[in-house]
Design a protein around this ligand. Sequence first.
Ligand code: UD1
Length: 421
Amino acid sequence: MSVLKIWGGERLSGRIAVQGAKNSVLPVLAATVLEGGESVIRNCPDLTDVHAAIDILRHLGCEAEFEDGTVRVDSRKITRCDIPDELMRRMRSSVIFLGPILARCGEATLSMPGGCELGPRPIDLHLKAMRLLGADVKENGGDLICKAAKLTGARIDLPIPSVGATENSMLAAAGAEGVTFITNAAREPEIRDLGEYLKKLGVNVTGAGTSTVTVEGGTARAYAEHTVIPDRIAAATYISAVTAAGGDIALVNADTGDMRAVIGAFRRMGARITENGDELRCVMEKRPVPPGTIITGPYPGFPTDAQPVLMAAAAVAEGATAFVETVFQNRYRHVPELIRLGADIRVDGRVAIVEGTKKLHGAKVEATDLRGGAALIVAALAAEGETEISRLCHIDRGYGKIADSLMMLGGRAERIDRKDK
Ligand code: UD1
């Protein structure tokens, strides 16, 4: 079992480049299936989820290589239109391949992605969108069989602005005949980025990143290049670490325009955040103060993905912080692990109350999910003594070479990779 050891209590300082966005690269890689040509995708983070997406592309018959942050995909040849259970289980967002496979092949067979650590994660809105575009969707036990001789543009009114459902709708619509209108679309920056890539494929997309997205199908180009946007959640993780542990860090390649809610919250905690082009500096000289109630919500609200890392900084604040999680039902699984590190947190349904304590202390803890694992890293950096974090598989899904990054910021960290018995 691999573990990450962190010796906390040190101020952080230094400069680090923010990785490319996980939540952007995955739908963009799925979109390469639409093309029937070559794509060069730059600024790809080295994450297990990215490798899972590459394995799906290879399984479908595409050529796909990852080298030095660039993924090259040749999707001229597609030999199959299914995703086996093993690949679906490796990454829940495998479901994002549904739209592109259906559009390209006229059929798609996937196994249902199970519920995951954040609580039930239904895909009913994805399936409804495929049906509206003309697909016949059958759910057979754990399998999902979708067929469409032809997809036709439609109006898709989403009852909630689901990120995944918006992306799958855009991806299927890109291969449909005619125009698709998606209303109440999710407005996350990663959707804007997917829209940019689709435009490079020759799809006429307008409004990606706003509540109404219009997609006119058609992929003419046979070559596309794209650079993935910076990861605003990875950036939030580093800001949270310096807010909790103190110090002075600079983040290069940070899109601060996409981080307004997050930057506002950390400023309220006392972090001095200055922006200069794509560089963000964060200075923290004293103990954080509570930021006021944090209510997560769809973009441009406070991101649910940044809730756990901010909670770790709130655990050492001078006073109490209330959290209200409105997006996922079960997004407090990191709380018992933060409590092991000395945090004082009570959870009641979707509300968590964090009473700041002066000092956390090192302990053995387990990452329960991706962002919950990141919260443990933040807390460990602020804690006195040694923390050992296990179940790194969750953290590896979203943070490339995290121990190296922390050390670049002066944190004392070591990853020990052991083979599982
Ligand atoms: C994406 C992000 C994830 C982030 C989340 C919310 C990726 C790979 N993942 O996940 O990191 O935490 O957005 O910003 O980009 N829902 C339904 N039916 C559906 C789909 C969703 O009821 O068919 C519900 C979900 O249960 C949840 C809410 O909608 O309560 C939001 O989920 P959604 O935005 O779809 O999240 P994901 O796309 O799974």
